[in-house]
Design a protein around this ligand. Structure first.
Ligand code: DGJ
Length: 729
C-alpha cells in the first residue's frame, strides 16, 4: 500500500483501491485506472482502446497523432488542441492573448511530507500518508503545473489539487482551474447528489448520465443549500450494501462538479472553483493553488464509501481538541427564546439544564449590540449590557456554578446597515459603486477579501473569547453573496474577489482553531448552507438544517450520513407543534431521531410540565449513555435502498457495543414483516441483545436480522443495544 512509479506508470495503491496513471509516449499524463486494488500493473492497460481508435493512437492512420486527443484519458486535459471536452484549466497569456496550452510531463516527486493548498483547508498527514507531485510544463506559455495527489492508503481516499505557476515575464490570467480531472473509460454510472434549499437540505437525487455535460455547483459564494459539494458515482446495481461507488467532496465557496459523457461514452469528471466570474492574475513568479478535491472509492456499496468518507474526515480533516472527544449534550436558545434572551432567562434555563442532565447552554442570536430582531447590529460584537449587565463572563461564571458550560452564537461575516460598524465603514461590505446593495435578512456581507476587514473580525472575536469563559461557538452565515466587487482590488483582479473572500474566511477560522483549540465550534449557514469538507477543517460539528421536524430530519440525516460521521451532524429535539412545518409528533420520536447523531435540544425547558421534564431527563440519560458508541463509532445505514422514504435504519458500532435504531414515521396496514439486517457487525463475533439476552453471531444478526416490536400508530421508533460477548477466530 503506497505510491510507486513503475516504468512509465504511477500506481497509488490503497487497502482495497488502485489509481493508475501513465506518462504517455506523447509525454502527457494519462489516466489509466481507478477501482478495485490491483496487485500489479498490466502494462498493456493503456492499449485497450477499441481497434479503430487504437490504430489512430498508434499513428498507423494517416491522421496526425495530435488529432486523436479526444480518444485519450488525461489527468490534466488541456485546451486548444484536439481534445474538445472540458479542460482542466483555461486562461490567457497577457501579451498576445494566446490560450492554447501544451502541458507535457516534466518530472515527479514522491514524499511523506504532505502539503496543503496555500491558505486553504487540506488533508492532514497521518500514518502512512504519502504525496505524489507530478510536474507538467508549457514552455511556450512559460507556465508550470503541479498535480498533487495525497494518498491515505488505509482509508482508500486521495486528496487532489493543482498548482499553476507563471514562470514567464508576461502576466497570465487564469479564468478556469479545476482541482482534479478523472477520465473514466466509460460513463456507465448514475450520479447520487444532495440538493434542496433552506429547511429542505440534503434531499437526495439519482440521475443517469446522458451525452453532454451534467453540472452541479454554487455561484452563491458558499457551497450552498441548493447543491451539496459532495456527490457519488454509482455503478449499476450499487446499493447501500454492495457495488462500486466513487465519492467526490469539495470545499466551501463557489464550486462546480461537472461530468461530461462524450461521443464514445467515456466520462470526464471534474471538480473545482466555479468558473463563472472567476479569474486570477498570475504575475511573473506567482502561483495559484486550487482547493482540494477528495476522492474516495468503495466496492462495498454506499455504506463502504461512508466508512472511507467518515474516516477521512476524522483522521485527516477535523481539528481542535474536540476532534476526537465526545461532544457535550447542549441546549440552544434559538427556538425556545429567539431574540428574547438575557441573564435571568439563561439562569432559568441553566437550572433546567442541570436538572435534566444537559451539559452546555448555547446563547444564540440576540446578545450583542441592539439586537432585538434581525434588523440591526451585526458587526457590533459588543455585549448588550441591558440584557447581560455583568457581561458574558458573569453569565458564564454563574452557569459554571450550576455545572453548565456556556456557548455563544456569532455571525461575523455580516454587517447590518443599522450598525455602528456600517456607519463607520460603509465601504467595508461587498458592493458595486452606484448599484443597489441587496439586503438579505436586513444584512450585507463584509468584504473578506480585504485584510483590514479580516483583522477587524479577528479582533472582535478575540475580545469575546480571550478570557476563556466561552466553551462553544456557533458560527452562522445567513445570506449569499451579491454585488461581488471589492474596493481594494484593481479592475483586472475583480474576478478574484469571491475566492479571496473564502481565503479571508479561512484565515479567521484558522486563527480561532490555533488560538482557542479548546473551543467546540459549530458550523451553520441558515442550517446546512455551507456543509462541506472545507468548513470541517475548522469546525467539529455542523447544524444540518433549521428544519427540526423529526420526519423531515430522518431523510436529511440519512442522506448527510453518506458523507459525514454522526458526531458531526447535530440534531436537536425541538418544540411541538414544530416551528417550521407545524407537525405534531411525540417527544419520544423526536428524541429518538436525534439519538444516533450529535444530539441536543432547542426548546424552552422552562415551559415544560414536570412529566415532560422527567421524560427529558430520561432521554438525556440515554443520549449520554449511547453517545459513547455513536460518536466516533462506525456508522451504517440499514436500508438497502439508498434513497429510503418510508423506513429508516441506522447503526453505530464501537468496541464491544453496538446500537441500532429503526424508524417508521407512518403506519401502514398489513405491511411486510420487519426484519432489519444488521450490517455493521463482525461476522465471526457473537453479540447479545442487552434487553432480551438473545445471542447470535454477527452474520446471523445480518442475515436473519432484528425484528422490532410492532406497535400501532404513526411515529414508530425503536432501539436495539448489542454487546459483543465472544470473538471467534
Ligand atoms: C439561522 C440559524 O440557522 C438558526 O439556527 C439561528 O441561529 C438563527 N440564524 C439566528 O439568527
Amino acid at each position: 500500500m503506497s505510491i510507486t512509479k513503475i516504468g512509465k506508470y504511477f500506481h497509488l495503491q490503497g487497502k482495497k483501491m488502485s489509481y493508475v496513471m501513465e506518462i504517455g509516449s506523447d509525454e502527457m499524463l494519462h489516466h489509466v485506472y481507478w477501482g478495485n486494488q490491483l496487485d500489479q500493473i498490466p502494462t498493456v492497460l493503456y492499449d485497450r482502446a477499441p481497434y479503430r481508435r487504437q490504430k489512430r493512437i498508434e499513428g498507423r492512420n494517416p491522421d496526425s497523432v495530435e488529432c486523436t486527443r479526444e480518444f485519450s484519458h488525461y489527468e490534466c486535459p488541456i485546451y486548444g488542441t484536439s481534445d474538445f471536452r472540458l479542460p482542466a484549466l483555461h486562461g490567457r497569456n497577457e501579451k498576445n492573448g494566446a490560450s492554447v496550452f501544451d502541458l507535457r510531463y516534466a518530472g515527479y516527486n514522491i514524499t511523506d511530507k504532505i502539503t496543503q493548498p496555500k491558505g486553504m483547508p487540506g488533508m492532514m498527514a497521518c500514518e502512512r500518508t504519502q504525496q505524489l507531485d507530478v510536474y507538467l510544463k508549457d514552455t511556450l506559455l512559460s507556465l508550470s503545473v503541479t498535480l498533487h495527489y495525497i494518498l491515505s492508503p488505509e482509508i482508500d481516499c486521495i486528496a487532489r489539487y493543482m498548482t499553476v505557476k507563471n514562470d514567464g515575464l508576461e502576466g497570465f490570467i487564469l479564468n478556469e482551474v479545476m482541482s482534479a480531472t478523472i477520465d473514466f473509460e466509460d460513463g456507465n454510472f448514475s450520479l447520487y447528489t444532495l440538493n434542496g434549499t433552506t429547511l429542505r437540505e440534503f434531499t437526495p437525487d439519482i440521475r443517469a448520465f446522458h451525452p453532454g455535460v451534467t453540472l452541479l455547483g454554487s455561484t452563491r459564494g458558499s457551497s450552498s443549500h441548493q447543491h451539496s459539494p459532495n456527490a457519488v458515482l454509482l455503478r449499476q446495481g450499487t446499493d447501500t450494501f454492495q457495488g462500486e461507488c466513487y465519492g467526490l467532496s469539495l470545499h466551501s465557496g463557489n464550486f462546480v462538479l461537472r461530468f461530461e459523457k462524450d461521443c464514445y461514452g467515456s466520462c470526464r469528471v471534474q471538480g473545482g472553483i466555479h468558473p463563472l466570474d472567476f479569474s486570477w492574475l498570475l504575475q511573473e513568479g506567482e502561483s495559484f493553488d486550487t482547493p482540494q478535491l477528495f476522492l474516495s472509492y468503495s466496492s462495498q456499496g454506499l455504506n463502504g464509501l461512508s466508512q472511507c468518507q467518515h474516516s477521512a474526515l476524522r483522521r485527516h480533516v477535523v481539528r481542535g481538541d474536540y476532534a476526537n472527544k465526545e461532544r457535550p449534550l447542549l441546549l440552544n436558545t434559538w427556538e425556545g427564546c429567539y431574540f428574547d434572551v438575557n441573564h435571568e432567562r439563561l439562569m432559568e434555563l441553566g437550572d433546567a439544564c442541570r436538572e435534566t442532565g444537559i451539559e452546555l447552554l448555547v446563547l444564540d442570536d440576540g446578545w450583542f449590540g441592539k439586537r432585538d430582531s434581525a434588523s440591526s447590529s451585526l458587526g457590533d460584537w459588543i455585549v448588550n449590557k441591558e440584557k447581560f449587565p455583568g457581561g458574558l463572563a458573569q453569565t458564564a461564571d454563574a452557569l459554571k456554578e450550576k455545572g453548565i458550560r456556556m456557548g455563544i452564537w456569532v455571525e461575523p461575516e455580516m454587517v447590518s446597515p443599522n450598525s455602528d460598524l456600517y456607519r463607520a465603514h460603509p465601504d467595508w461590505c461587498l458592493h458595486v459603486p452606484g448599484r443597489v446593495r441587496t439586503e438579505w435578512r436586513n444584512q450585507l456581507v463584509l468584504d473578506l477579501s480585504r485584510p483590514e476587514v479580516v483583522d477587524y473580525i479577528i479582533q472582535s472575536l478575540d475580545r469575546i473569547f480571550q478570557d476563556g469563559k466561552i466553551s462553544f461557538v456557533k458560527w452562522d452565515m445567513n445570506r449569499r453573496l451579491t454585488e461581488v466587487w471589492s474596493q481594494s482590488l484593481p479592475a483586472e483582479r475583480q474576478g478574484e474577489t469571491r475566492h479571496r473572500y473564502i481565503l479571508g474566511l479561512y484565515r479567521i477560522l484558522e486563527h480561532l482553531v490555533q488560538t482557542y483549540p479548546y473551543l467546540l465550534m459549530e458550523n451553520c449557514a441558515s442550517g446546512g448552507g455551507r456543509y462541506d469538507y472545507g468548513m470541517f477543517h475548522y469546525f467539529q460539528q455542523g447544524w444540518l438544517s433549521d428544519n427540526t421536524d423529526g420526519v423531515c430530519r430522518l431523510k436529511m440525516q440519512n442522506a448527510a450520513s453518506v458523507f459525514y460521521p454522526p458526531e458531526i451532524i447535530t440534531s436537536h429535539v425541538a418544540a411541538c407543534p414544530n416551528h417550521q412545518i407545524g407537525r405534531v409528533t411525540p417527544l419520544s420520536f423526536r428524541a429518538d431521531v436525534c439519538t444516533l447523531f450529535n444530539s441536543g435540544y432547542e426548546l424552552d425547558l422552562t415551559k415544560m410540565s414536570k412529566e415532560e421534564l422527567d421524560e427529558v431527563s430520561k432521554i438525556c440519560g440515554r443520549m449520554k449513555e449511547l453517545r459513547t458508541t455513536v460518536q466516533g463509532g462506525n456508522f451504517f445505514r440499514l436500508t438497502r435502498d439508498v434513497m429510503p422514504e418510508k423506513e429508516f435504519g441506522w447503526m453505530c458500532v464501537k468496541g464491544n457495543r453496538a446500537v441500532a435504531g429503526y424508524f417508521r414515521p407512518y403506519c401502514e396496514a398489513e405491511s411486510a414483516y420487519w426484519h432489519i439486517g444488521l450490517n455493521g457487525l463482525e461476522d465471526t463475533a457473537r453479540y447479545r441483545d442487552i434487553a432480551s439476552g438473545l445471542e447470535m453471531m454477527g452474520r446471523d444478526w445480518k442475515n436473519i436480522g432484528w425484528r422490532p416490536n410492532w406497535r400501532e400508530g404513526d411515529y414508530f421508533s425503536e432501539f436495539l443495544l448489542l454487546e459483543k460477548v465472544e470473538q471467534l477466530p
